[in-house]
Design a protein. Structure first.
Length: 412
């Protein structure tokens, strides 16, 4: 089978991009899931699509090829290019452009008129194409659902015509920003594809979410229609995949890592669980869930005690509190507390001291955030002593690593 840049199943190229970019630095022999020939084909495909970001190095193990993308350089996510690699048949692409051309005329056309023009036009091809009533009707229904065309019924006859193309010149900057920071930003990227230069640069630019666009689109469609879904999830630890039916409720996005999580109700365990979107390999939309509004309201109520994605309804919220020192000319620290407090509260005690407190179902989730205030912590108080001791242990190890000893560095 000859090599082609286009792919029929995006999940295939998505998994290989993880290997080359997210995990990276593996030699050819370490890709043992597929044959060496498959590895070579995927490597060549990535070199064609992301050529300027493809690098290689050689060490004692041999040559390894990887993607090197500095997310701080440039305002455009290059991984969106991968979503333009979907394969298509000659018949599909021919039907698309012929429909768009003939429906752009002033007078709307009936299905019979469209079929007559299609078959009359393609009869002159070296290899004529014949389009049937059922296939064209389905394509028209699909395009009408997508908003590309519109229909109007006159007596008993349905006529089709092109939808008006909206003028987005006044919103191009908004679309530019949307494409880089929002879930399913690929929609904005496709619309403004002709503009090569971006006006935006990002201190924290999370580009890998582009790989999850197809999965995320299916989940968001199911949420908007209040439907259940069957998801296929890959487990890295167990190195296997499993499928389960859930009711998707919300998508959570981490502002620290850019990672996206699906919050969904699992009928099997009768609980709301979290699933990493980048580990979901397939989404199949099911029936409307009669419990969607009830479950969504339950999740909203649980969020007042959630720092991250742990939402155990049986767990009793536990108190977390710490005092932080704010030095002279460090009001930005206090503003940061207000900005990042999530479900917690911030109290200004005096000019140089502020208190953060929260009631959390899993106080272990907040440890990494608290560590970012190392050197400013005055007092630490967790009701969950295990989580507190782990945090103290982490900080003590860091002090030893950097040679910062002495009781003066200990947090009460």
């Amino acid at each position: 089978m000859p090599f082609s840049e286009l792919v029929k199943n995006f999940e295939k190229i998505r998994s290989y991009v993880r290997e080359f970019y997210v995990y990276g630095f593996r030699i050819r022999e370490e890709f043992d899931k597929k044959s060496g020939r498959t590895y070579d084909n995927e490597r060549r495909r990535l070199e064609c699509i992301l050529g300027e970001y493809t690098l290689s190095s050689r060490d004692s193990r041999g040559k390894n090829v990887f993607l090197s993308i500095d997310s701080r350089n440039g305002g455009r996510d290059p991984l969106y290019r991968l979503l333009r690699t979907s394969s298509f048949t000659d018949r599909d692409i021919t039907l698309h452009f012929l429909l768009m051309d003939m429906l752009d005329e002033t007078a709307p056309l009936t299905l019979a008129e469209i079929l007559e023009r299609l078959n009359s036009y393609t009869a002159g091809f070296s290899e004529p194409m014949i389009f049937d009533d059922s296939g064209v009707r389905k394509k028209l229904a699909e395009y009408e659902y997508l908003g590309l065309i519109r229909s109007e019924k006159q007596v008993r006859v349905v006529r089709y015509f092109r939808s008006e193309t909206p003028d987005i010149s006044d919103f191009s900057d908004v679309l530019d920003l949307f494409s880089e920071i929002s879930p399913c930003g690929v929609l904005g990227s496709f619309i403004i594809d002709e503009r090569k230069h971006s006006f935006f640069e990002f201190k924290h630019h999370y580009i890998s979410h582009a790989l999850d666009s197809e999965i995320l689109c299916g989940l968001l469609c199911a949420i908007s229609e209040k439907r259940s879904v069957t998801i296929t999830v890959h487990s890295v630890k167990k190195n296997r995949t499993s499928s389960c039916e859930v009711v998707p409720l919300k998508i959570f996005t981490s502002v620290q890592s850019g990672r996206q999580w699906l919050m969904a109700y699992s009928p099997v365990v009768h609980e709301i669980c979290s699933y990493r979107v980048d580990m979901i390999t397939d989404v199949r939309i099911g029936e409307v869930s009669l419990r969607f509004d009830e479950l969504r309201e339950t999740l909203t109520g649980m969020q007042k005690n959630m720092w991250g994605v742990v939402c155990d309804k049986w767990a009793h919220p536990q108190h977390v509190e710490f005092l932080i020192h704010i030095g002279d000319n460090e009001e930005h620290i206090y503003r940061r507390l207000l900005r990042e407090k999530r479900c917690g509260t911030v109290e200004r005690i005096d000019k140089h001291t502020a208190r953060f407190s929260a009631e959390l179902v899993d106080s272990a989730e907040i440890r990494s955030w608290i560590r970012t205030f190392t050197g400013r912590l005055i007092q630490l108080d967790f009701k969950d002593r295990t989580a507190e001791n782990l945090l103290r242990s982490d900080m003590e190890k860091m002090y030893k690593l950097y040679g910062i000893g002495g009781d003066e560095n200990a947090v009460p």
